[in-house]
Design a binder for this molecule. Sequence first.
Ligand code: HEC
Length: 147
Amino acid sequence: MKKILLALGLGIIMLVAGQAEKPLTPEQKALKNTMQTLSKGLMRIQKAILYNNKQELLAGIRMLKTVETGFLTRHGEALKKYMPKNPNFAISFAKLSEKNIERYVRMMRSDIYSKRDYSRITAGYTHIMQECIGCHQKIRQWKWEEN
Ligand code: HEC
């Protein structure tokens, strides 16, 4: 019983703490949603590579492509908030990351049909992951979330 009460108490505290967080601006919300789509797309690609599943690979790539056009560049403004000391860098970095991600997505997609070489597809996946981490690392100054 004590344990149940404790769990309930903790649950309520977490709920209240969650609500106390600042609400996200529409821009931040869009960024978060897009990031989650990118993340899901990448996970599908990883699964596809490991399980040798072409449909999954195409589905993952399609997910990445849904946020392909201009998103990261347009959201340079949102990125600026995370890098107040370096606003110009935020914009140009976002643009470059987007370009690189687009290029690797295109490469991967053509590799599926032409070379069918999983090591090249895996290289594309790794390059994209490096782009994600490259930006996050700058933004987060690589501190782990303390949960
Ligand atoms: C140009 C910068 C930039 C690039 C490139 C980038 N992100 Fe992000 N990402 C951000 C920002 C800004 C946030 C929000 C701040 C944070 O979570 O630290 C974020 C947050 C996230 C989150 C957390 C979302 C949440 O629900 O809180 C995930 C997941 C994520 N990104 C995935 C990715 C993936 C996958 C890629 C690559 C395909 C990627 N990101 C590329 C800037 C970037």
